[in-house]
Every structure is written in structure tokens, then in C-alpha cells.
Design a protein around this ligand. Sequence first.
Ligand code: ZN
Length: 366
Amino acid sequence: MGYKISDVISYLEQIAPPSYQESYDNATLITGDRTAEVRGIVCSLDCIESTVEEAIELGANMIVAHHPIVFKGLKSLTGKNYVERTIIKAIKNDIAIYAIHTNLDHVPHGVNRRISDRLGLLDCKILQPKRQLLSKLVFYVPEPEKDKVLQAVYAAGAGKIGEYADCSFQVKGMGTFTPSAKANPTIGESGKAQEEQEIRVEVLVSNHVLPKVLQEMRAAHSYEEVAYYVQSLENENQEVGAGMIGMLAQEMEGEGFLDYLKAKMNLQVIKHTQVLSRKIKKVAVCGGAGIFLLGDAKRAGADVFVTADVKYHEFFDADGSLILCDIGHYESEIFTKELLWELLSQNFPNIALYLTKVVTNPTSYR
Ligand SMILES: [Zn+2]
């Protein structure tokens, strides 16, 4: 039996949870039937009319694109602009369009990791980690079944901190309860006050896996009513956020780095601020429009910040503390289609996968 569109979506959402996207974004299934069988997938940076035509010619019925073709609500669908024409063509031809956008920017093996890898950066870290993505789960469990419940919540994704798995804090104490006449207690009797040796367990949980963790905790726990609470945390999640920073294996002169950047990213041109006299070692990157990270790049001690869509006055903000490079939005993210292709091929070796050949860059140089 073949895979459904929903199987591909579930897999991609494990890699880049939709809750990691920015509020303005529209990373989701934009057209198509989740229950349809996948006949082939085209991986692309953008999805425009010519991308849909390419999918039709290839016999593929799904396009996985980084940029969503639809950002704002469409009030009519008549084909008066390229967005509407793309959507109409996709619907008429049963093509599913799935966008995986800022959620893929924000994961440690996403768009910015791809740029960092092309530049050979080592010791890569998220440049601006996100907050409010984590919760603390506290639950109480009789000692003999503690390990069983813990294994269940770990398997559902709880207890991960950076490179450490199975993280918990545990303390022994006394739980008390009186079951009502209608209760069906595992331990104790209705109407009788009960004391029980319990373990209080604390684990860290990413919010997007919290419903599953709670479900598995309840399933593994023998109590009719499990005592637990969830607290949302302000902590940064070091594994999720915008931009990336890493080190070159060997330091370079400023001019030499610009040549290197040009070669590694297949660039015709780099728009940059004054080349500094100091050596380049620490490099910050952000695919697409990343100027909002300039402060983070400076604070992190970057020698260069590579991004795109930088405006004239924003170049002044580099202010001699780093070399600010605008390499073009398309050029900075074009390798994302290969990332998508590789991610999909790892899990769906039997689905026909295509890298788009359509050049969607709306700008050119001469
Ligand atoms: Zn982009």
C-alpha cells in the first residue's frame, strides 16, 4: 500500500513542528486532500504556477515548498494574480501544496544548518533561541510503577535537554486522598482516607509533544485520577530559534572569506559593508530576511553576518563591528530544496522525489 499525503505531512511535522512557525506565517497544507495517495513529490523553494506545471508533467501530485504561496486570506479566486492562478491550477489538477517555512528555519537541522554546512561551519548553535516553547510536567506516582510511567513519558518525548535524554528530578513523599463512593480506586477504599508513598517526578516537555506525553502518562499510570500539573516556562529552548552561528575551521582574511562565500553559495554578487582588517572566524547566518538578528550576531561576537533582504539604512547598523553580507534571498535559501529532498528520501525511499528545475528567482543581476 502506498503513502498518503497525510503520512508525508506527519513526517515533516515531526522534523519541523508547525507550532515553531512565526505568527505571520502559513506553513501548512495549502491545497490538496490529506487522504489522497502520494504519486510523487516535487521539492522546491517557491511554489508558483510553473512549479505546479512541472509537477503535472512529472506525474507528481504533491509539492513541498519552503515559501507558502498563500500568506493572507484570499477573498476571491478568479486568477487575477499569480497566487490565485497557482492555487487554481493546483486544485484543478489535484496537486497538494505543502509549505514548511519558518518552522523549518527554526529547527537545528533546518535551513540555516544547511547554509552553515555549505560554509563548513563547526560547533553550530541557534543564534536567537525561542522562548515559551517548554513546559514543566510534575506528576505523582506510587514508587513501584515509577519506572514504567517514566519510560512512557520519555518515549513520548519528555525529559530531553540538549544532548541529554531521560532527564528528570524525583523526590519521595507522602500522597493522601479519600476516594468518593463513585470512585474506583486502584489503592484504598471508598470513603476511607488513604496515605501512600509516592514519588514526585519533574520532567521538561516541549509544548508540541505535551498532549502525547500526558496521554501516555495517564495510560501507563494505574491511578483512576492521576495527580499532575503543567507549568509553562519562560526558558529559552536552545534547540529552536532563528539564525545560526558557528566557527570556520580556519580563520580567513575578510576578502578571502567573501570569495569563499561566493564559491560555496554559488553567488554572482555579494552586497556587503566595509571589509574589516581583523581575521574572520565566527560566522552568523540567516537564510532569507534576517536583519532582525543583527543585534544577536553582534552580541555573539560574529565577524560576519550572512543574510538577505538588507535595506540601505540597515547596512549602516553593522557599524564596523562585523561584515554584513546580503547574498540575495533566493541564493541564501535555494539549497533548502535539497534539504527537503534528503529529508523525504530518508523516510520515503519508494516515493518518486524530484528536485524542481524551475528557477523561481524573481530577480536577476547584470
Ligand atoms: Zn525565504
